[in-house]
Design a protein around this ligand. Sequence first.
Ligand code: PRP
Ligand code: ADE
Ligand code: MG
Length: 178
Amino acid sequence: ESENKLQLVHRRVRAFPDFPKTGVLFRDICPILKDPAALTAVIDLFEEHVRKKHEQVDLIIGLDARGFLFGPLLAQRLGVGFVLIRKKGKLPGATVSVAYDLEYGKAEVEVQEDAVAEGQKVLLIDDLLATGGTMSAAVELVKKQQAQVLDCLVLVELKELNGRDKLKPHGVFSLLQY
Ligand code: PRP
Ligand code: ADE
Ligand code: MG
């Protein structure tokens, strides 16, 4: 059953060599969104994992931009709210931000100050884990709000980049590994 769902998802991920630059093998999740059965399978698999592993979840937090494609669907399934972590300068009102290093230069992510309450149990979700830089910054942001990160959920994990190690002691749950 879960195996079949994984197959539906797996066959809807494409690889593009040398995008966005030479040497990068880009894993494109867009075909999943064009296939309702595959998209349902993604949310089913995340839901199964969450219900099995976590007794209480207060909030799903998605990462800009591709985390927004899956996060709200999972949040609806679980009957909890969804919050956006955005790249700097996109959110109105009081925000909290965390800067992080990219391969070249720096980036910054932020969340609205009133979006996450102290002590809330949250799940972070994104499409893909590469170096883990983006997800680590998100974890820091949640911790700044004194909320608790239960788990980091991703569709795709690029194993050779060891993003999982960077996130320790937080767990990573991935559907597909390359
Ligand atoms: C991609 C991907 C992850 C991140 C993973 O986002 O969606 O969020 O990179 O890389 P990392 O683990 O090395 O941080 P990107 O910022 O390229 O663009 P997006 O706005 O399309 O999500
Ligand atoms: N984000 C970072 N690395 C990526 C990759 N190889 N494919 C898709 N998105 C990415
Ligand atoms: Mg992204």
